[in-house]
Ligand binder design. Structure first.
Ligand SMILES: Cc1cc2nc3c(=O)[nH]c(=O)nc-3n(C[C@H](O)[C@H](O)[C@H](O)COP(=O)(O)O)c2cc1C
Length: 221
């Protein structure tokens, strides 16, 4: 939702955006996890999120709906989202957005600003987020069962880290920070590495690797 819209009117705001965008979208992600819009993350509360999803779902020609969650949720809240996704027929859940946690980098000074990371606004992305994003994905998978598609994002910057997320239950992965640091060649590099793992394990598709927990085979890429 827009920053200007109060939380009580969030559903109307999402609905207005969806009305504009539905005709152009193959799928739509309800982002309730940006750390940059005050109060937005409260919409991850089970009751509010259910109201929001139900409001959007009944819109004409609503494309498949996904929800994107924060890495900072407690396990019980992640389980609630998984349950809700199943019950409301969401097309997938995306885990995760950036974190308000600074992990073990809280006292790291940013040369650009001269301030500690803990004193900086905004969400943390990339490698420091990876372990937590993986945990959240596993928690979703454990609570949602094998059917709900999950999209893994957070600190993926190599074939190995993409494979780890897929083996933990992600049907798809997304990149943001890795793309910035490694550039567009990251994608073919990841695809090549994933193909080598499939070949090693004798699997015919990524689908077969999803949730398999098969370990990455070193030396194969
Ligand atoms: C500069 C920046 C802007 C972002 N903007 C959005 C956004 O508008 N909507 C959203 O859902 N996620 C946004 N994200 C979160 C990313 O899509 C992704 O979930 C997160 O950065 C973790 O993945 P990564 O470690 O590969 O970057 C943004 C991340 C960064 C670093």
């Amino acid at each position: 939702k827009s920053k200007l819209v109060p939380l009580e009117r969030a559903a109307c705001d999402y609905a207005a955006s969806l009305e504009q965008l539905a005709a152009f979208a193959d799928y739509v992600v309800i982002n309730v996890s940006s750390p940059n819009t005050p109060g937005l993350r409260q919409l991850q509360d089970e009751t509010l999120l259910r109201q929001l999803v139900e409001r959007l779902r009944c819109q004409p020609a609503c494309p498949p709906l996904l929800v994107k969650i924060a890495p900072d949720l407690e396990d019980a809240a992640i389980a609630a989202v998984a349950r809700l996704a199943y019950e409301e027929g969401l097309a997938a859940v995306i885990a995760t957005n950036t974190s308000l946690d600074r992990f073990d980098l809280a006292d790291r000074v940013l040369p650009q600003t001269g301030r500690c990371l803990k004193d900086e606004a905004g969400g943390l992305s990339g490698v420091p987020l990876r372990a937590r994003a993986l945990q959240v994905l596993r928690c979703l998978r454990a609570n949602a069962g094998p059917q709900l598609p999950l999209i893994g994002v957070g600190g993926i910057d190599s074939a190995e880290t993409a494979w780890e997320r897929i083996a933990a239950g992600a049907s798809l992965v997304q990149l943001y920070t890795g793309w910035i640091y490694r550039g567009p060649e990251l994608v073919p590099w990841i695809l090549e590495g994933l193909q080598q793992q499939l070949d090693f394990y004798g699997l015919s598709s990524i689908q077969a690797a999803v949730g398999s927990e098969l370990p990455w085979q070193r030396g194969e890429s």
